[in-house]
Write a protein that binds this ligand. Structure first.
Ligand SMILES: *Cc1c(COP(=O)(O)O)cnc(C)c1O
Length: 301
């Protein structure tokens, strides 16, 4: 599957062109990189004759929404292990969990402490006792099959780009992009969270070294936003009619534009940004912003 590259602008003075790959348009509910990451995992689950998918995520997780829909669409049952035992009675107020539930996902809410043990064999064994056999998809969907799916994001038509930019959470998506980028292309990783674990995670999936982590645009950490970021997302939509999400793509595009302004990119650079989707998260973020009496994200998606 290929999606359109959309032209954003040409900086005449330095001949820098900026293009965005609209992976967000890949599917109405399984958006962007989550579609890519699930593709081979769904095939594997079928090959193993599994009937249930089990995965992990936070209360506003794009991955949880994507797995719920993809499971229903492919005739699997789905179970979501959700971080935060206080959320259990707040499903109706939470657009992500409501969506997942409407698509048949069954939840187990666990404390933050228990959630940290989620890769522990003992924890998984207990889940098997509770739910029976399942195909396990890690938090954020990242495993070798997910990386394989993300190797299909770049195509031959993208060979002329000098820089490929993408938001990073667990590192699976960027690893696929790094694996399929050409040696003369540079991949810029924009983490949506603080932390040093990413380098090792990426190295474990992607042997190439033509990539760099840009640490300056996480806006204080995962899920953290401020009025500057919200105003940027609204302004970007007004100007280019391209919706961005507040957790991942908004921060990445903000970073790329900021770096263009700071002359980070050499003259004549052709820059490709990957729009990984995530727009389902806007509604939940707006509920939070309204509660805090902050400006909301004003785009219709
Ligand atoms: C999950 C997600 C990411 C991060 O992907 P990883 O493979 O975990 O690094 C980036 N953008 C969006 C919109 C996402 O939903």
């Amino acid at each position: 599957m290929t999606v359109e590259n959309q032209f954003i602008f040409l900086d005449d003075a330095r001949n820098i062109s900026l293009i965005i790959k609209r992976e967000d348009l890949i599917h109405p509910f399984v958006s962007g990189n989550k579609f890519r990451k699930l593709k081979y995992n769904l095939l594997q689950a079928k090959a193993e004759n599994k009937t249930t998918l089990l995965t992990f995520g936070g209360a506003f997780s794009n991955h949880i929404a994507a797995v719920a829909f993809a499971a229903k669409d492919n005739n699997f049952q789905s179970i979501g292990i959700i971080r935060g035992d206080e959320i259990g009675d707040k499903i109706v107020e939470n657009p992500t969990l409501s969506f997942a539930q409407q698509n048949g996902m069954q939840f187990k809410f666990v404390t933050r402490g228990a959630y940290r043990e989620k890769e522990d064999t003992h924890f998984i064994e207990n889940l098997k006792k509770e739910f029976g056999d399942f195909y396990l998809i890690p938090e954020g969907g990242t495993n070798a099959l997910a990386v394989k799916g993300c190797e299909e994001i770049l195509t031959e038509a993208d060979a002329h780009f000098d820089f490929i930019c993408c938001a990073v959470g667990t590192g699976g998506t960027i690893s696929g992009i790094i694996n399929s980028a050409l040696p003369n292309q540079k991949v810029l990783c924009f983490p949506a969270l603080k932390g040093d674990f990413l380098k090792n995670e990426i190295r474990s999936f992607a042997p190439n070294s033509n990539w760099e982590i840009i640490q300056d645009y996480h806006f204080g950490g995962y899920g953290k936003v401020n009025e500057v970021l919200i105003a940027f997302i609204n302004g970007f939509f007004e100007k280019y009619q391209i919706p961005l999400d507040p957790i991942y793509t908004g921060k990445m595009v903000f970073g790329v534009m900021d770096l263009i302004g700071k002359d980070y990119f050499p003259e004549n650079s052709k820059i490709l940004m990957v729009h990984t989707g995530g727009l389902q998260g806007i509604e939940g973020m707006n509920i939070y912003l309204r509660n805090k009496k902050l400006p909301i994200i004003n785009i219709n998606v």
